[in-house]
Design a binder for this molecule. Structure first.
Ligand code: SF4
Length: 312
């Protein structure tokens, strides 16, 4: 996980676990829709994901973590929902069209990839979710889930609540090249980066493009380095940088050095927790197994209701 994930989703999930009963799924079948030719990387990622989640403060005792493919009921619900989902709903999905355009190195003209949102609907409806926390780009998928739930309830009776969209505020943090932070853009700072790697990446960060020389005044409000300062530095430092950047009192090299120090201090608790977890992978397996048991119990109840409703 990189800092875009941390600030774009995980810290929001951490807040939600105090307000809602939450289930967090590691969706390995979804990963298979695009990574079907390299399935080994999916298995390797599962435990990394769980460790990252715990490192940022998600608590598996409060909110179970489970592996989608270990709860076979998801496949059964997916199958039933696929019977009632019109093909046109999937074909008009904007994310599907966008990914066909973007993921040109993979052949994703498959039945599974087109049906991805139906599997996602099964994941959500299985737990009778009242809300789904997603970014703006995933909103059409939740809308599709709502339509599928309504259609199911219309045919077979009221089984599923219609889940609300809990829109996650967009993270202000950008990648080191000022594009959206993404592993595939090679511009991300990861939780697992060492101090040296963080120093190098911060040193490469693009700042205010108008500040070409040391004596030029800068505009912190458009500078990504300053955004990091606002999150990781103390208020006194933030205000000092704000003033000194505008008056060219501080250079970008020094400003980045201060930011890298704050960033490393801010990340330290998460990185220390992650290192500690890496030494005990059996514990992570146990945490996920416990989560699987809790998720499976709910899934079995839902599927019993679904079978009764569908009369099969
Ligand atoms: Fe950005 Fe800091 Fe340079 Fe100002 S001094 S442009 S805030 S890096």
């Amino acid at each position: 996980m990189h800092l875009g994930h941390v600030h774009g989703a995980l810290l929001n999930w951490k807040k939600l676990q105090d307000e809602y009963e939450c289930f967090y799924a590691i969706v390995d079948w979804h990963a298979l829709t695009s990574e079907y030719a390299n399935p080994e990387i999916i298995g390797e990622s599962i435990y990394d994901i769980a460790m990252d989640w715990i490192s940022v403060g998600l608590d598996p005792e409060i909110s179970p973590f489970f592996i989608q493919s270990h709860i076979k009921e998801h496949a059964e619900l997916h199958l039933i929902l696929s019977m009632i989902t019109p093909l046109s709903w999937l074909e008009r999905n904007p994310t599907y069209k966008e990914q066909l355009r973007e993921l040109t190195q993979r052949d994703i003209y498959t039945y599974g990839f087109l049906g991805y949102p139906v599997l996602q609907a099964a994941d959500i409806l299985m737990y009778k979710a009242n809300g789904v926390p997603v970014g703006k780009d995933q909103a059409p998928h939740v809308e599709l889930t709502r339509e599928i739930a309504r259609r199911f309830n219309h045919f077979y009776g009221e089984v599923f609540p219609i889940p609300a969209l809990l829109l996650t505020p967009t993270s202000k943090i950008l990648g080191i090249d000022r594009r959206k932070m993404s592993k595939s853009y090679n511009n991300a700072i990861f939780l697992t980066d060492t101090d040296e790697v963080i120093d190098t990446k911060v040193g490469q960060m693009i700042t205010d493009p108008q500040r070409a020389r040391r004596n030029d005044p800068g505009r912190p409000e458009i500078c990504n380095v300053f955004t990091f300062h606002e999150i990781y530095s103390d208020p006194e430092t933030v205000s000092k940088i704000d003033n000194e950047c505008r008056s060219a009192g501080i250079g970008c090299v020094e400003c980045k050095r201060l930011m890298a120090a704050s960033l490393k201090t801010g990340l330290e608790p998460m990185r220390a927790k992650r290192k500690e977890l890496e030494t005990d992978t059996n514990k992570i397996r146990e945490i996920i197994e416990q989560g699987n048991i809790r998720a499976r119990a709910v899934a079995r109840e839902t599927m019993a209701e679904v079978r009764e409703a569908v009369k099969i």
